[in-house]
Every structure is written in structure tokens, then in C-alpha cells.
Design a protein around this ligand. Structure first.
Ligand code: ADE
Length: 421
């Protein structure tokens, strides 16, 4: 069928229908100026005329326009005609999570990290999604490593830090108990921990292949939740690993005050996985590591990480030093000593992770500067201390790749050491 048979609004073509989101129908569309494919949500202006819905829509627009994150569906444009309003959205060709069943935990974690990453942005903007469910978690494309895209903020609402969200919306089966109670006119308010409950429901469903709580009608849902939580087989080790059971049991708390908070969730071993520097790098928003982090032996790794740990306090970028130590130790985590020193460095890195930029080129420069500083001690320094400084400088330089200028620097330091013997 030629494009001329499709409806055109401004410079957008509306092609086939993709489905129904909150308020409106979504079409696969095309931006005729750029030829890019878009998802276009068409909302009847009549629907929008209801004051509450109009408010909700303008909220959606305001929120989405301000968000720019790889795991959140981007809103490119907004159009109003007499009968319809149109949201021009990033097109996601991979479908949504509602069709997915029985994923491995590893695969679920990959999605979970991205969901958490998107929620972090919402959190930072004081937004509770409130309608998190598999159907509005989209996949960027059909490839195995498609990216998660959170969609449908039609029900999201900016809340100020103090005034908690007081209105209620959402799809019951993924809804947190406090949101259900609010709907039943009990005077509880809810916070971002309501979204955490929904995350728990989604993780459960992806792994187990069935929803955690099923009820035929709204009134049954809270009693169903209570019964399920008391069922010893609810989080059975037949389906879930130990870290996953721990993760879900900390989420499925009826009282939101007892539920894991957002920070704790981000740091939970189920999300972080086996001790690894990867999560902290992800948390920090940096993708790649330097090529010069390979090291030959466990002894070298221990030796250098000790020097790095001791020097970290004296640099304006301690995070980099702790992380460098972690990267060196990571291949040797089977060794208990390495694992425990890794943990010490990892905890310190986490503690100061926001205070610096993580960039390997910065790291290389800092190590060089530190090595040179160690060799430039003043003349009155005792000979044995100077030798120790030289030793530390060499140890540091051993952690860098064997480029010609580093080899020359190491030779120069060795000559200095010989002169002091
Ligand atoms: N359905 C709802 N929103 C969508 C989007 N952004 N891309 C593809 N399908 C959708």
C-alpha cells in the first residue's frame, strides 16, 4: 500500500495500529521530514476534555519531554488538532515484556538493571511511574540484546519530595498494597516504594512464568496478596535462586516502610551479581574500561592494589584508585584474600563513587603523576623512605601497559634506586 493511503498529520504519516495505551491508540508512523519511524499515540480530544484526563495528559507530556534516557521512550513531538492530540514517540519494534515467560534469571537481571536505571531517572525527577507492568515495558528491537524502554507515563505524576502522591491509578495486579488501600479509601499515601512492588511482580513473572498475585476483581486482590505471602511455597527455591528469593522477599512487604527502599534495591546482590566491577561502572554511567588493566599474576594484583589503597586517600580522585584496585583483583576472586581486599576497595569506591569522573585515561594520568611525585621527594628524606617511595612508584607503573615511555620511566627509577644502594 502506498503512503498516500495513510492518514497524515502535519509532517507525520500514521500507518498501521500497534495497540492501545493509556487514553489512546498507538500507530506506527513516519516523520516525513526525516523518514524516521515513530510510534504515534493518537488521543481523542473528546476524551481529553474531561478535566482529570486533560491534566493527566499534560502531565505525561511535561514529564516525557524533560526525560532523556536510553531506557525511557523518548517523546519527540506533540501536536494538537481539533479532534485529536498526538504524541510522537520513539518507536520500539521489539514488542513489550508481557509476552515473555520463563526467562533465565541472568536474562531477567539484564532487563531488571535497565528498568532500575530508568527508574533512577524518574526518582531523580520525583516521579512515581505508578503503572509499571510488563505491557508498558517495551523492547527497542527484536535482537537478543534489545534495550528496555519504559513507556506510558500517562499515569505518572511529578510529586514534590514532601507532598506524597495522593491520587490513585494503575493496573491492579501489579499494584502495591498501599495503592490498593488508597483506592479503597483508606487514608494511606504512597511513595516510590509502590513502583518497587511492581518491579517485584515483574521480576517474579518473568522468571516464574506466572503472575505472583492473581485476582478476579479488585476487592479480592489484597486478601490474595496476604494469602500468597503466607504460603511457604510462594518463593520456592524450585524456581528462584537464593539471591532472587532474598530480593523478592524484601520487596513483597505489605507495609511500604518495611519494603526495601530504592537505594537498597540498587545495591542488592541479586542486581549486582557476583562481586564485579561492572555494576559500579554501570551505576556510574561509563561503558568501557582501559585496555591496560590486564595483569599477569595474583601477587602483582595484591601488591599493586595495596599501594593503590594506601595512596587513594591522598588523591582528589580516590574512586579511581579503589576501582583500579578492583579491576586488578577481579580475575582472582576465587582466592579468599583477593576477594576480601576486592570487597574493601569496592565498598570504598561505592562510598565515593559520585565524587569523581571514571575515565581510564584519567586513571593512567593520575598513576603517572603519583609515581613521579613519589620519586620527587625532597632531599632531606631518609634513604630507606626514598627507596620505599621508588618501590611504590614502580609497583604503580607495573599496573600500566608496557608503553615505551613507561618502560623508560621504570628504568630511570631503577637507576635511581641503584644509586641509593
Ligand atoms: N506501543 C506503545 N508505544 C509504543 C512504542 N513507543 N513503540 C512501539 N509500540 C508501541
Amino acid at each position: 500500500m502506498g503512503d498516500r493511503n495513510y492518514k497524515q498529520v502535519s509532517h507525520y504519516l500514521l500507518k498501521e495500529e500497534l495497540g492501545n495505551g493509556t487514553f489512546g491508540t498507538v500507530y506506527r508512523g513516519k516523520d516525513l521530514n526525516t523518514n524516521e519511524i515513530r510510534a504515534i499515540k493518537m488521543i481523542s480530544a473528546q476524551n481529553v476534555l474531561k478535566p482529570q484526563e486533560k491534566k493527566a495528559l499534560s502531565r505525561e507530556i511535561q514529564i516525557m519531554r524533560n526525560l532523556d534516557h536510553e531506557n525511557i521512550v523518548k517523546l519527540y513531538d506533540y501536536l494538537e488538532t481539533r479532534n485529536y492530540n498526538y504524541l510522537v514517540l520513539e518507536y520500539c519494534s521489539g514488542g513489550d515484556l508481557s509476552g515473555l515467560r520463563d526467562l533465565s534469571e541472568e536474562h531477567t537481571i539484564i532487563y531488571l538493571r535497565q528498568i532500575v536505571s530508568a527508574l533512577k531517572v524518574l526518582q531523580a525527577n520525583n516521579i512515581i511511574h505508578r503503572d509499571l507492568k510488563p505491557a508498558n515495558i517495551l523492547l527497542s528491537d527484536k535482537s537478543p540484546d534489545a534495550k528496555i524502554k519504559l513507556a506510558d507515563f500517562g499515569l505518572a505524576r511529578q510529586i514534590s519530595a514532601n507532598s506524597l502522591a495522593k491520587s490513585y491509578v494503575g493496573t491492579p495486579l501489579y499494584m502495591a498494597p498501599e495503592v490498593i488501600k488508597l483506592r479503597e479509601n483508606q487514608s494511606e499515601r504512597y511513595t516510590e516504594r509502590a513502583d518497587i512492588w511492581s518491579v517485584g511482580c515483574i521480576v517474579y513473572e518473568l522468571i516464574r512464568g506466572a503472575r505472583p498475585f492473581e485476582a478476579k476483581n479488585f476487592g479480592d486482590l489484597l486478601p490474595v496478596i496476604k494469602t500468597r505471602l503466607n504460603d511457604p511455597d510462594f518463593l520456592s527455591s524450585q524456581y528462584f535462586s537464593e539471591p532472587c528469593i532474598d530480593f523478592l522477599s524484601k520487596i513483597f512487604k505489605i507495609n511500604p516502610k518495611e519494603r526495601m527502599d530504592f537505594e537498597t534495591m540498587c545495591d542488592h546482590p541479586f542486581i549486582l551479581g557476583r562481586p564485579s566491577i561492572k555494576p559500579i561502572i554501570d551505576l556510574h554511567g561509563i561503558q568501557c574500561m582501559s585496555e591496560d588493566f590486564e595483569l599477569s599474576t595474583k601477587e602483582d594484583a595484591l601488591d599493586i592494589s595495596e599501594v593503590l589503597f594506601n595512596l587513594a586517600k591522598d588523591t582528589p580522585h580516590p574512586f579511581l584508585f579503589y576501582m583500579k584496585a578492583c579491576t586488578l583483583l577481579e580475575p582472582y576472586l576465587e582466592d579468599q584474600v583477593c576477594a576480601s581486599i576486592f570487597k574493601v576497595n569496592f565498598d570504598e569506591a561505592k562510598r565515593c563513587k559520585n565524587k569523581t569522573d571514571w575515565e581510564s585515561s584519567t586513571m593512567t594520568r593520575l598513576i603517572l603523576e603519583m609515581a613521579v611525585k613519589l620519586c620527587r621527594s625532597d632531599e632531606n628524606i631518609a634513604s630507606h623512605l626514598l627507596k620505599e617511595n621508588y618501590r611504590q612508584a614502580l609497583t604503580l607503573l607495573n599496573s600500566l601497559g608496557p608503553s615505551s615511555h613507561i618502560i623508560r620511566l621504570k628504568e630511570a627509577i631503577k637507576r635511581q634506586m641503584d644509586m641509593h644502594n
